[in-house]
Design a protein around this ligand. Structure first.
Ligand SMILES: *Cc1c(COP(=O)(O)O)cnc(C)c1O
Length: 415
């Protein structure tokens, strides 16, 4: 059914102007509400001031700050240090100390510099600092995805026909409070041994259908340059491995890890795809942009896998702002994961309705490039399952009844 369009050019222009006015009305509420969404580029001065305060505490300078080894050595992991850097009530201190006895925590000085000093509900703080809610959650499972049952060889998780994961470390620059693999975080930092990584490589070599290898952890970029160079060169030499992927949160939690030396290594083994995990526009900073720029210059393709987290990003406007900020630094939103039912993370788990509302608020309202796929991971290793608002209302041999992003219902012929 064709639209009845007016004939005369003037009337057509008038029609387009009216439509433009309508579209403006659709974006205005967002433009208004997004004024109250905090984002990294607008906070640059504040972040810098906090960086100075943290450096003063450690008696260090910018050169140390920009050295990722310094950041790792000085991860904040006890209440005494934290108290010196972030004003906290006695109750908050006790909460962190008590929770920390059950679940390890650590925050890089960089990530700490993104935290609001006054607001305990700050999205960066919520991701980085323990809450007693973690202890009160007894409903979640340690391993809801059944990773322990999908490992055919050391370090490997295989759940799909043509690709697999190699878990290389349990180390992270910051232990996310919503971590899906917190069972692996344990109490000590531990990289996998070369012997076990060799076993994993042998499995890949022996299975020629594996064309895509995802190296993750923990944080893949917390391996040393030397180990990464070795592992990537080994993967690069396997003829059937078409692409290599790295899972890392360092662009978010410790962007200074992305050094020229690291980039020179990555540049040797194309094609490399890196997926990271920005969850809030506050995390998209000048430093994150510099890291993204360097990786892109090394030929790496960047994507983002956000986790939908209650109180952090489960509102359509926040997720829209996040994805738009990411596109500005050339990181393409790839997935939004529904938070999994991991023990100790109950307070972060949103409803599926929240996820659908977020998706509904993206499609059509903003660039298609800013619209990732919303995924529920089926428990027990069932796999990533895409979830979409209903755009196909019915389908038979005669017609598809579809709903547009604005909610117009259209009968689309199917014969
Ligand atoms: C997520 C995941 C992958 C990669 O999935 P894509 O949809 O291709 O990004 C591969 N293996 C396992 C075990 C995974 O969990």
């Amino acid at each position: 059914m064709a639209l009845e369009l007016p004939e005369s050019p003037n009337v057509r222009r008038e029609y387009a102007l009216q439509r433009s006015w309508q579209l403006k009305q659709k974006v205005n509420p967002y433009l208004e509400s997004s004024k109250s969404i905090l984002y990294g580029f607008a906070l640059a001065e504040e972040y810098k001031a906090r960086r100075t305060a943290i450096l003063n505490y450690f008696g260090a300078g910018l050169q140390e700050w920009n050295d990722w080894r310094w950041q790792m050595r000085n991860r904040i992991r006890n209440v005494a240090t934290l108290t010196a850097l972030l004003p906290m009530t006695a109750g908050q201190r006790e909460e962190i100390a008590e929770t920390g006895r059950t679940y390890r925590w650590a925050v890089s000085p960089y990530y700490l510099s993104l935290m609001d000093r006054a607001n305990p509900e700050d999205p960066v703080r919520m991701q980085g600092l323990p809450s007693s809610k973690e202890l009160r959650d007894e409903s979640g499972e340690a391993d809801p995805m059944g990773e322990a049952f999908t490992s055919p060889a050391p370090c490997i998780t295989r759940r799909y026909p043509d690709r697999l994961i190699i878990n290389v470390t349990n180390v992270c620059a910051m232990y996310c409070r919503h971590c899906q693999r917190r069972r692996n975080i344990g109490e000590t930092d531990r990289h996998e041994t070369r012997a076990r990584l060799r076993d994993a490589l042998d499995y890949v070599k022996e299975n020629p259908e594996i064309r895509d290898v995802l190296v993750t952890g923990g944080d893949a970029l917390l391996l040393s340059d030397q180990t990464l160079d070795w592992l990537l060169s080994e993967l690069h030499a396997i003829p059937h491995v078409e692409i290599k992927r790295l899972g890392t949160r360092v662009p978010v939690t410790m962007p200074m890890r992305v050094t020229d030396e690291l980039c020179a290594i990555l540049a040797k083994y194309p094609p490399i795809y890196i997926n990271t995990q920005f969850n809030h526009p506050k995390e998209v900073t000048e430093e994150a942009k510099m890291a993204a720029d360097k990786l892109i210059r090394a030929g790496v393709v960047l994507g983002n896998q956000a986790v939908l987290l209650k109180g952090i990003n489960n509102q359509p406007d926040v997720m829209k702002k996040l994805n738009q900020e990411l596109l500005k630094i050339r990181i393409r939103p790839y997935y939004i994961f529904h938070a999994k039912n991991v023990r100790g993370t109950r307070h972060f788990i949103p409803s599926v309705q929240d996820g659908l509302q977020v998706m509904e608020g993206l499609r059509g309202y903003t660039s298609g490039l800013a619209v990732p796929t919303y995924i529920i991971n089926a428990p027990g290793g069932g796999g990533k399952t895409p979830i979409l608002p209903q755009y196909l209302l019915s389908l038979d041999d005669q017609e598809a009844v579809i709903r547009t992003w604005e909610g117009k219902v259209i009968h689309y012929p199917n014969h």
